[in-house]
Design a protein around this ligand. Structure first.
Ligand code: CKP
Ligand code: MG
Length: 312
């Protein structure tokens, strides 16, 4: 296994028209969740990936399993819970720059993920453990499971990759900050957005933010700067990868997860850090050109075409 991820995947509903959702009665449903978005991105680039989670024993749970399996992710570690529903969310698009997320995921199946769901042999078999700050926001038992998975990974030398993905709708600022910093300190690779960096360490320039994370003991920090690109810093190297220009942002949700997929794919292919970060930028950009969180994730052929065209 190249990468194992842990987290909640939901059915997402998006109105077929722009504007306030109260005026809509037609929705398109899709499958989305930060960790599977990244895992699917990796699977499309031919990496071996697996997912640890829970879904309800209901129709939405069944459609998630069918979809995620169909995209090439191993789902052998996903449990189905009786009488606990699969989470869902709605994505209201007023316009491309004004997107609102409404969750219906409290007490969902995935929020019952617990420590014993973390199969040690399974985590051990991976090169990277991929986590985001969404899972520990779901419940106490999810927090425990995440910390346990990190212990397992650290013990077996599996590198921990962590995207803070701070969701203020899911928990209060203090608990979010405390928990996310505690996880970040144990991670090998941290992938914050610039605003998340500001929130977590109270600094504002990329250089200051990254230095502060290094002080906390994190070896590799890749700071996502949105439309500007990404700034990365390892112990012995730092640099900047510019963003790829796209003609129109159709749907920005999922771009960060696509970035993680591209970056991890580059690292698995043993590219130089600058090239791996550039691959992250390319995949993130491609995700934003298509409606839906995973539908824009490229395969190798599409990725090659896009980068060749844009690298001139
Ligand atoms: O940070 P991103 O826009 O890349 O993440 C989007 C995902 O898991 C989306 O698919 C949604 O389901 C979520 O983040 C979430 O729980 O907010
Ligand atoms: Mg994100």
């Amino acid at each position: 296994m190249d990468v194992v991820g842990i987290g909640e995947t939901m059915v997402s509903f998006m109105p077929d028209t722009f504007g306030r959702m109260r005026y809509t009665n037609r929705f398109t449903s899709r499958i989305a969740g930060a960790e599977t978005n990244t895992l699917i991105g990796l699977a499309k680039l031919n990496h071996q990936v697996g997912w640890i989670s829970r879904v309800g024993e209901d129709e939405f749970g069944a459609s998630i399993l069918k979809f995620v399996r169909g995209e090439g992710v191993d789902i052998s570690q996903v449990k189905q819970t009786k009488n606990i529903a699969t989470g869902i969310f709605f994505k209201e698009v007023i316009n491309e720059n004004d997107v609102h997320i409404y969750y219906y995921r409290k007490n969902s199946a995935a929020s019952t993920i617990e420590r014993r769901d973390i199969n040690e042999e399974y985590v051990k078999s991976a090169k990277y453990l991929y986590l985001t700050g969404i899972t520990p926001a779901l419940s106490e038992s999810c927090r425990e499971a995440i910390f346990h998975s990190i212990e397992v990974a650290n013990f077996h030398g599996v590198k921990v990759v962590f995207d803070p993905n701070i969701r203020k709708k899911l928990w209060n600022d203090d608990l979010a900050k405390k928990t996310i910093l505690a996880i970040a300190e144990k991670a090998d690779i941290l992938l914050p957005g610039i605003e998340e960096g500001e929130f977590l360490v109270g600094k504002s320039t990329p250089d200051e933010i990254v230095k502060q994370f290094h002080r906390l003991g994190i070896d590799t920090v890749v700071l996502k700067l949105g439309e500007k690109g990404a700034y990365y810093s390892c112990r012995d190297e730092c640099g900047f990868a510019p963003a790829y220009k796209i003609s129109r942002v159709v749907d920005p949700v999922g771009a960060g997860d696509g970035f993680a997929a591209g970056l991890l794919s580059g690292m698995l292919d043993q590219l130089e850090m600058a090239e791996a970060v550039a691959r992250g930028c390319a995949v993130g950009a491609l995700v934003a050109t298509v409606s839906g969180d995973v539908e824009g994730l490229p395969d190798r052929e599409q990725l090659k075409k896009f980068t060749q065209l844009n690298d001139g």
